[in-house]
Design a protein around this ligand. Structure first.
Ligand code: FAD
Length: 347
């Protein structure tokens, strides 16, 4: 018997849980206020390595395997190209970082994600390359705009997507009733705006602003994404996406002159050649102190859930976490304890 679910928030968290519940035969109503400033702004990179620590990303093997299947399924259902392989080249910031890469190269559980250093990486001259560089395996680029267009055109049917503000005072959480309609479950996916949700005041989602630019540059490599201080993604016709800044505790998503200057400084670690700025955007990542997302049921209200805290890696995390949340809702399977809603609550 199909159940009726209400989902609040139409970023990737809301869209992906909605998709999984719909695929399982249930009815969904997704309310979004159209103010999205994270999922649609995101660069959409899927990078299996955290360069800061030169370590594998959390649960990378299972998250990546599922994410590829998921995006492939959306591509097939919508006849759209959403995800592409991308070569990511890390330009080392020091001798130590280069040595750390050489150590990881010898570890079997890194074989799937990093290439052994070759002389060509050492003498690579398409950008600055003071300490040498290393190339990743299995990195991807999701085109966020194509993804949302695909959902809009080919996945949602009339009535499923409602563009309006969700008004918390119209919710009766005990009866699972919103305005005049009863639901079997309600899932909150408001990203940074969870702070407005009276039911989840204990959930500690931080706001981390990020700014991005699109530039025209005649000298950056057109066939791979380079990374040092910032990432540069080739988009074709000598245009590149450059990002992103990190400003903690900032809820404001307006692009700033300071952010633009910071990005311009970052690019100098990659190239000194001149470039033209074509576009400049900003968004706010819903982040967490321990860099783990939040996923689960409210501690007092049955069948009310929260899916948030996707941080800087939403495009990698959200597909599998949405499936796991769907299984938890429908089959009562356990969620990974690391994503528990109340693990580090504010009170
Ligand atoms: C500059 C930048 C670069 C990034 N780059 C990458 C990247 O390369 N790779 C990667 O994996 N991730 C990246 N991210 C992170 C990624 O964007 C986030 O992890 C992800 O988008 C979070 O998705 P979400 O659905 O939780 O939140 P959001 O995308 O913010 O969605 C929440 C939605 O809820 C809606 N909403 C909130 N309150 C209400 C209400 N009361 N009523 C109705 N609607 C409401 C909002 O308008 C919004 O549409 C980047 C983020 C930024 C800002």
């Amino acid at each position: 018997m199909p159940k009726n679910f209400l989902i609040v928030g139409g970023g990737i968290a809301g869209h992906f849980i909605a998709f999984h519940l719909k695929q399982a035969g249930h009815n969904i109503t997704l309310i979004d206020n159209g103010k999205n400033r994270s999922s649609r702004v995101a660069a959409g990179l899927i990078n299996p390595i955290v360069f800061r620590r030169m370590a594998k990303s959390w649960r990378i093997d299972e998250l990546l395997e599922y994410a590829l299947t998921f995006y492939d399924e959306i591509e097939k259902q919508t006849n759209t190209t959403i995800i592409k392989d991308i070569n990511i080249r890390r330009l080392f910031s020091s001798e130590q970082e280069c040595n750390l890469w050489k150590q990881k190269e010898l570890e079997t559980n890194y074989l799937a994600y990093i290439n052994s250093l070759e002389n060509a990486d050492k003498v690579y001259d398409k950008t600055k390359n003071q300490f040498g560089s290393g190339r990743l395996k299995q990195a991807y680029h999701v085109d966020a705009i194509s993804l949302f267009n695909a959902f809009q055109k080919a996945i949602w049917v009339d009535g499923e997507l409602v563009e309006e503000e969700f008004n918390y005072s119209d919710l009766n959480p005990l009866e699972l009733k919103y305005k005049d309609t009863y639901f079997d479950g309600i899932i909150f996916c408001e990203g940074k705006d969870i702070k407005n949700n009276p039911l989840f005041q204990e959930i500690n989602v931080e706001c981390t602003k990020g700014e991005l630019m699109t530039i025209h540059h005649n000298y950056l490599p057109k066939d791979e994404s380079v990374n040092r201080k910032c990432f540069v993604i080739p988009l074709g016709n000598n245009t590149f996406k450059v990002g992103a800044t990190y400003v903690w505790h900032t809820d404001n998503d307006t692009p700033t002159e300071k952010g633009q200057m910071e990005l311009c400084e970052m690019i100098k670690y990659i190239s000194d050649e001149p470039f033209e700025i074509l576009n400049h955007t900003a968004g706010v990542r819903p982040t967490t102190y321990d860099r783990r997302p939040f996923c689960g049921e409210h501690k007092s209200y049955t069948n009310i859930y929260c899916f948030n805290g996707l941080g800087a890696k939403g495009y990698l995390l959200a597909p599998l976490l949405a499936k796991e949340l769907k299984d938890h809702i429908l089959l009562n399977t356990d969620l990974n304890p690391e994503v528990s809603l109340y693990r580090n609550s504010k009170s």
